[in-house]
Design a protein around this ligand. Sequence first.
Ligand code: SAM
Ligand code: DTB
Ligand code: SF4
Length: 330
Amino acid sequence: MPEKLNRTVAIDQQSMRCTLSEAKKIYNLPFNDLLYRAQTVHRANFNPNAVQMSRLLSIKTGGCAEDCGYCSQSAHYPTGLKASKLMDVERVIAEARKAKEGGATRYCMGAAWRSPKDRDMGAIVAMVRGVKALGMETCMTLGMLSPGQSAALADAGLDYYNHNIDTSERFYREIITTRTFAERLDTLSNVRGAGIKVCAGGILGMGETADDRVSMLVTLANLPSPPESVPINMLIPIPGSKLADAAPVDPIEFVRIIALARILMPQSHVRLSAGRTEMTDEMQALCFFAGANSIFVGDTLLTADNPGEDHDAGLFRRLGLTPMALEPNT
Ligand code: SAM
Ligand code: DTB
Ligand code: SF4
């Protein structure tokens, strides 16, 4: 019997609150039923052929005190990455201007910090104001934030804050020991409390089980408000890092997680994030069909490679996808 379409999911304007066992049932549906359901939810909430385009810039690279096992920027692993100081505000704004000319509508600035120091807040606030003045959406990812730091960023006009929960609560301590899953959730709550939109997702391919992946999505979907943006990264194995030799993810399982994210968080942008250089065009096409509707554009992410603009332009042309326009109030 084919899976009967759950119409309440398709028209529900809220996030679908759900338990781990309900989510697992959806995840394990026959692939065609799962994709049909995800695409139906997608169409009820978004233009199915429009994809939001974000550009990343590492404003402070490497030398990070945290021990995240996947990261090129952790000082705990010999990844060979050269650490650098916080970039000048003017340079950041000049780079954002180039990204805008390249078609990006959101500019995401990332720093390899456990959390920002108060002495850095002036420059950070100036970067937000400068990039916003170009007419782009702004996003930052700077590590943990206090309520006060969140308020300062909100006041500067920051649109989004990216802070990933990365995996399930159970598996988190296998990947990071210098902070807890609960601390991650605290920052998400501080950011939300300040009125900033939330971008939170995770990584597949770190040795976690399918249950860990589903559990991560259930945690995100059951936040007091679901994240507006949900990045799903495929691990880019970094030589020298703890996860340098992690086994690759099965592409079909990856697509299933994208579909589940779309079904559990009907109104969120699901971002097909790191790892696209290792994905075939066909796999990316399936991800878009499953409900992914945002990507990072440009040759580099923070430190690792991303498909270049030429490749993405070709893919968009072949799939008939168009860049999503900015919302009018930005
Ligand atoms: N330091 C801040 C933090 O950890 O929140 C911001 C930067 S951090 C690089 C942002 C996110 O990038 C991480 O939470 C992780 O999900 C993702 N990421 C980092 N390295 C990655 C890799 N090698 N492969 C895939 N995703 C990665
Ligand atoms: C996210 O979820 N993915 C982006 C962004 N948030 C900051 C970062 C991906 C980093 C990939 C590895 C690198 O470039 O070093
Ligand atoms: Fe530091 Fe962020 Fe990398 Fe962790 S993911 S080591 S906090 S830059």
